[in-house]
Design a binder for this molecule. Structure first.
Ligand SMILES: Nc1ncnc2c1ncn2[C@@H]1O[C@H](COP(=O)(O)OP(=O)(O)OP(=O)(O)O)[C@@H](O)[C@H]1O
Ligand SMILES: [Mg+2]
Length: 281
């Protein structure tokens, strides 16, 4: 898939920046875009240039959001502030505005909370978009479905002519994988979370979490029974398992694609949705 290859190039660049705390220097006068993703397991800050190429990335693991609801406002603000400061130090200019995202179906005050957090971190709140719509931006997906397996939930969004026409979000995600591993080894959730991410144990881990993956695939099957579509693209941190797209493909009897760093698709898409900010040089 051509658009997937393109997205993979951006993701690879972003991952490198985020892991080295470095920048592809830009002149703020030429414009930049900022995205903040408040997830169940981490908060990610993305800075792109006006042409949507990554210039900075940083993230912090955090336990401040549960299933799309902010449960610790103060701490969320602290983390976004820290990430912003980190970005400004490396970039050499201050970030004037940022966009955010909410899970589909978020209404009223809960939507406002994300904007308030961005504003409390001393940035103007720019766009507030749906998470799957953000993902679809990076994936250049106008037809097909995004399957987002995050920390708390599995969300399926079916797109037609560039807009989501059907969205479901069910409470099965990476957290449930961790719980199954913790149960299997009779260990704490913290220990299990560490084990889950250990590449050396990936094979064995996948065997243990397979029932959770199948539940995610079943949620997807139900959505697709109503709105059959293609292509199917799986994103989100819990999609990190190498075998996940194969398991989905077999279960759904349809090809499922996965971008290279599935956890960064939505955050980058959020930044892409921003209007271009022109700063002082
Ligand atoms: N290398 C990895 N292997 C397995 N699971 C991983 C890996 N990295 C992250 N995860 C899992 O991905 C989940 C977080 O994914 P993501 O960052 O997409 O979720 P989120 O946006 O924080 O949550 P949500 O979308 O549910 O609000 C966590 O359960 C985490 O344990
Ligand atoms: Mg998410």
């Amino acid at each position: 898939m051509r658009s997937l290859e393109k997205a993979n190039l951006v993701l690879t660049e972003f991952e490198q920046l985020a892991n080295t705390n470095t920048t592809n220097p830009i002149d703020p006068k030429e414009g930049y875009k900022v995205g903040v993703d408040l997830g169940t397991s981490s908060i990610v800050l993305v800075v792109l240039d006006a042409g949507n190429q990554p210039v900075f990335g940083a993230f912090e693991f955090a336990d401040v959001v549960r299933d799309g609801l902010v449960v610790n406002y103060q701490q969320s603000v602290q983390i976004v502030k820290r990430l912003k400061q980190q970005a400004e130090e490396v970039l050499g200019f201050s970030l004037a505005a940022a966009s955010g995202a909410v899970p589909p179906g978020t209404v009223g005050n809960n939507k406002r909370v994300i904007a308030n957090i961005i504003e409390s971190a001393e940035m103007r709140a720019d766009q507030l978009i749906d998470e799957p719509t953000a993902a679809a931006l990076l994936l250049e997906l106008s037809e097909g479905a995004v399957i987002d397996v995050g920390g708390g939930t599995t969300g399926i969004s079916v797109f037609k002519e560039g807009s989501p026409i059907y969205v479901v979000d069910e409470p099965t995600g990476g957290t449930h994988m961790t719980l199954v591993i913790a149960g299997y080894y009779q260990e704490t959730v913290k220990e299990a979370e560490k084990r889950k991410r250990d590449k050396k144990q990936e094979r064995q881990n996948f065997t243990i979490v397979r029932p959770v993956v199948q539940r995610m695939a079943e949620i997807t099957r139900c959505a697709l029974a109503k709105y059959p579509t293609e292509p199917l693209i799986v994103v989100g941190g819990a999609a990190s398992f190498e075998e996940i797209e194969k398991e989905f493909s077999v279960y759904l009897n349809q090809e499922v694609y996965k971008p290279i760093y599935p956890q960064f698709v939505t955050p980058i898409g959020i930044a892409m949705s921003s209007t271009i900010i022109y700063g002082e040089g």
